[in-house]
Design a protein around this ligand. Structure first.
Ligand code: NCD
Ligand code: ZN
Length: 365
């Protein structure tokens, strides 16, 4: 694809037990809202300079006003000594007015718009019934070069859940790209070999984000010794061959693959239930989690490009000037974190890698 190039790679001193990276950005995150907002934002803003904030609140972000207010609520939680910029997205619906997208993008409120196929995932009941239903919006987005962020799964109940991404690419994404060949698209949180190959070879203006969890676990994790909802997310984790393809893609040094955590916290009560919510809360140790992968793949010299350079290049934004330093130091991830800072609210959430040992950590200055 057009965005699939090898850009400049930094040569790091790999003998060292420290790596300093240009400060990364998270190009796909769920920060939620309400009483837990501040304690969720804290984990992301600790490391990431900017973050593309998902609009799947209930009700979703479908107007410029809603986006501005949500951005304000997020920023209010950030301490004065932390620089953090939330980049807002619009939630596409069948009847979203074109002006919301065009004006919101031109005013710099929206960095892009998110396509959720209806009922594909958490809070997607307002989502798009069929891609054709929003052709007028896609036409406008192509014209103004507004990025389209896609949750790439079909939702037909007769398609096996493990095939939903591959079927979406073949039956929905490729035909859509043929109708709008100049649209700028991020296929979000890719999970399959088919997605990797499509992004690499399609020839369209297409890139993809890859989460830490899809690089670490395959579908066995959901069934290890019992039913493990902490490893349930959407798109669902797939077979080992897909995980290996994703690891290769993320560490390839190709500019069409960049960091997007899809960190998606759900309170304990919504995970420990017969019908558990989809989502993995990886924000607390996200960069450490990616570092682990890049080291295992002997590609630590490519971490900075993936985490801090290819995202801004795709979105046409400047690179961060600040940096973060990781040190090689084993540490155990807590089994549970508490969310909520105000009043008597104490809600627990299990972070990704709970109870595991990670080998890199952020160096506190
Ligand atoms: C996300 C959420 O909970 O908002 N869940 C998830 O499993 N990733 C929604 C999404 O990104 O699909
Ligand atoms: Zn998401």
């Amino acid at each position: 694809g057009l965005f699939c190039r090898f850009l400049k790679l930094n040569i790091l001193n790999l003998s060292s037990d420290q790596i300093t990276l240009r400060q990364p950005d998270d190009w796909h995150v769920h920060l939620r809202d309400g009483e837990t907002l501040g304690s969720i934002v804290k984990h992301t803003s600790r490391v990431f300079r900017r973050a593309v904030v998902m609009p799947n609140l209930d009700p979703p972000i479908t107007s410029i006003e809603l986006a501005k207010n949500y951005r304000e609520r997020i920023l209010k939680t950030v301490p004065a000594d932390i620089a953090f910029t939330p980049l807002m997205t619009a939630y596409l619906t069948d009847n979203l007015p074109i002006d919301v997208l065009v004006d919101g993008f031109r005013e710099g409120v929206f960095i892009g718009a998110k396509l959720y196929p209806v009922n594909a995932t958490t809070n997607s009941s307002y989502g798009v019934s069929d891609i054709h239903a929003i052709d007028v919006l896609l036409e406008a987005m192509e014209r103004i070069d507004m990025p389209l962020l896609i949750h790439g799964e079909v939702t037909d109940l007769d398609v096996d859940i493990f095939d939903r991404e591959a079927v979406f690419i073949e039956q929905k994404l490729e035909p859509m790209l043929r109708r709008f060949p100049k649209i700028r698209v991020v296929l979000e949180h890719i999970t399959t070999l088919q997605a990797v190959q499509f992004v690499e070879t399609s020839g369209f203006r297409l890139a993809a984000t890859i989460t830490p969890h899809h690089l670490h676990i395959n579908r066995n994790a959901m069934f290890a010794g019992g039913l493990r909802s902490d490893f349930y997310c959407l798109p669902v984790v797939k077979r080992e061959i897909h995980r290996l393809a994703l690891r290769k893609a993320a560490t390839s040094g190709k500019s069409c693959f960049f960091l997007g955590t899809d960190s998606a916290p759900h309170l304990r009560a919504y995970k420990e239930t017969a019908c558990a919510c989809a989502g993995i809360f990886n924000a607390p140790y996200a960069i450490e989690s990616y570092a682990e992968i890049f080291e295992e793949e002997n590609a630590l010299d490519r971490l900075e490009a993936f985490a801090s350079e290819y995202g801004p290049a795709f979105y046409g934004l400047g690179l961060n000037k600040s940096s973060i330093t990781l040190e090689r130091k084993k540490h155990i991830v807590p089994k549970m974190l508490e969310l909520g800072t105000s009043g008597n609210l104490k809600e627990s959430v299990v972070p990704f890698h709970a109870g595991e040992t990670l080998s890199w950590r952020i160096l506190k200055n």
